[in-house]
Design a protein around this ligand. Structure first.
Ligand code: AG3
Length: 288
């Protein structure tokens, strides 16, 4: 029998992958990094035992994290990515007519592993002239930089509070971080952040939503179905002083996509999908 990788995201339940090949395995200064190969999903990035992204379904997550906020904005010019070491978020951001993207990833080893072993994720994005790549602490950057951005995208490991509270992503979800991030946004700018799987991790997701509500005049959440994230759709949170991404009319989204050369060019995201992602049910672990 071939080797199996068992995910450790939940204590009581999970998933396994047949490993056709272990491509890379390393303990970095921050976390355990694996790139595995599976016949169904292609290469799989695993950090501290949790599946982060696979070649076959990564586009769903990255398109939802990026195109929901960026298509909700009339003129997104400057974007800050916190995390995102695999490059998928950066690749999607660069499809918009942005002028500058600052990406702050704490673990250079993730960037190197993904550029080498999962090059389709970044697809050359790290070489784009518009990109300023910083290997460093995103929290410190947001606290100390005085640059403002039209969008801030938090593409991290899970927010924690449970089995993975020690993960480097956990510290990105404090009141202080969101307050600093709110100061770094332009007047109509939007922050979007991954917030783990609500059905499995309801209390964590609810706590993050409450923090967003304290830091931003407008805030809310949406969800994206990604097959290799177990336990139901992945939750995302958003915050803004002035733009509600769930309330932008489909016709506006469609004309922006067309003006940016993106109509029909994306695999998952569309104006209809945009609004579908905001249609939440009461049983997702959030609403008591
Ligand atoms: N970051 C989000 C991974 C979420 C996994 N969590 C889970 N299955 N509970 C992905 C990084 C991709 N750029």
């Amino acid at each position: 029998m071939s080797d199996r990788f068992h995910e450790t995201v939940d204590r009581y339940w999970g998933q396994f992958f047949e490993i056709s090949r272990t491509v890379h395995r390393e303990q970095s200064a921050f976390q355990h990094i694996q790139v595995l190969e599976n016949r169904l999903w292609g290469r799989v990035l695993v950090l501290d035992g949790v599946v982060q992204t696979t070649e076959a379904d990564e586009h769903r997550y990255h398109e939802a994290l990026v195109h929901v906020p960026l298509t909700s904005l009339a003129t997104p010019r400057r974007v800050l990515i916190i995390g995102g070491g695999d490059g998928g978020t950066l690749r999607e951001v660069l499809k918009h007519p942005v002028e500058r993207v600052v990406m702050v990833e704490i673990d250079g080893a993730v960037i190197d592993a993904c550029r080498t072993h999962m090059p389709a994720l970044s697809a050359g994005a790290f070489d784009d002239q518009r990109v300023d790549l910083i290997v460093g602490d995103g929290i410190a950057h947001v606290a100390h930089s005085d640059e403002t951005f039209d969008a801030i995208l938090v593409d991290s490991t899970d927010p924690g509070d449970g089995a993975h509270s020690e993960a480097p992503g956990g510290v990105l979800f404090t009141d202080a971080f969101y307050a600093d991030a709110a100061r770094r946004l332009s007047a109509d700018g939007i922050l979007a952040a991954q917030h783990a799987v609500p059905f499995l991790d309801g209390p964590v997701h609810r706590a993050k939503a409450q923090r967003l509500a304290r830091a931003f005049a407008l805030s809310g959440r949406y969800e994206v179905p990604v097959p290799t994230y177990t336990g139901g759709p992945l939750g995302l949170g958003w915050g803004s002083a002035a733009t509600d991404p769930g309330a932008v009319p489909a016709a506006t989204l469609a004309s922006r996509l067309a003006a940016r050369g993106l109509a029909g060019a994306l695999r998952f995201y569309s104006p209809a999908r945009h609004h579908a992602l905001f249609a939440l049910s009461a049983d997702d672990g959030i609403d008591p």
